[in-house]
Design a protein around this ligand. Sequence first.
Ligand SMILES: Cc1ncc(COP(=O)(O)O)c(C=O)c1O
Length: 377
Amino acid sequence: MDGNSFLDLTAAFGVASVGHTNPRVAVAVAEQSQKLIHGMGDVHPPAIKAELARKIAEKTPGDLGYCLFGSDGADAVEAALKTACRATGKPGVLAFQGGYHGLTYGALAVTSRDDFRAPFIEQVPTFARHVPYPKAQDSLEESLRLVEEILYKDRTIGAVIVEPIQGREGIVEPPRGWLSGLRALCDRYGVLLIADEIFTGWGRTGDWFACDAEGVVPDILCVGKAMGGGFPISACVARPEVMAAWGESRGEALHTSTFLGSPVGCAAALAAISEMETRDLPRRTRETGAYFKEQLVHLHEKNLNMIAEVRGRGLMLGLRLASSALALRLVYDLLARGIIVLPAGSGDVLEFVPPLTIEQEQIDWAVKQIDAALGQP
Ligand SMILES: Cc1ncc(COP(=O)(O)O)c(C=O)c1O
């Protein structure tokens, strides 16, 4: 508005992974707009929708590959919850404290944050139970024991929904081995594992998907945000046997929406994924992220009274500060210095989730600004 330029360390809610207004995405959107802007999602699906579904099947782990498209992340979560219910015949879902899955009513039922739930609590569905989400330093065994206790006792639970790293809660990483432990428990109790990778997916953590780090293949995967390169498109991706629970269409789809699998969104997503592949963004993110984290660790060592912890991996990093007041002051000070950054969790964590295309000089400059802002009275 005032002609200033900013370095965006938020990727605008983790969306602009291939950069803002990536030229390849922009061209793909323009070209598709000349051909077909709107298609009849599930009635006469345009070819480009099948092309994107095939690409998603290629990039996602294991035999995941059957897609139900949506526009927002919450759409993908709704589709995942319904798919799990159809596949297991069980309505219950185990979710985690601090988890964020979106704000439509199904998603809100598994989201745990009280500030979002409380004003609508009389309408929020009650099929979900929440258990503590472990931090990196917590006991893996104790956390899994709590999950197992519930899966053992409550046979109405058909699915577990989890963020491999909790994003909005302030970049909370569970102990290593926890996700594979969760997978094993789901197998033992015949429960489906839904990985919500709407934030962590598409290279953000240094792997194509955060689940890949432990070789975990969920039964259902939710993706969105970065997939469309800025265009709103999401997908609930499931294993063929799980998705088969929807049965053959009898003419009227049980779950659909007018703009499902928008041709322009599919074109944008294909271009964004192609950009990620061409530039090998997951590998690049592993390296750039390690460098960024190292710089933040140096800042921590220099400012032990103000910085409590550095956490996360890839370009999904968090700086937990001594107080939320300090975090908020830094958000404003950094904005004045030309850096966009947002607080997360209970407001005491600065979240660093920049475009995956960020350059080392930009990281160096940002860290210098954070250092200077910390030193400001
Ligand atoms: C892990 C996760 N799931 C779901 C959502 C909801 O996505 P949307 O805001 O696109 O509905 C978000 C959004 O931040 C998210 O981080």
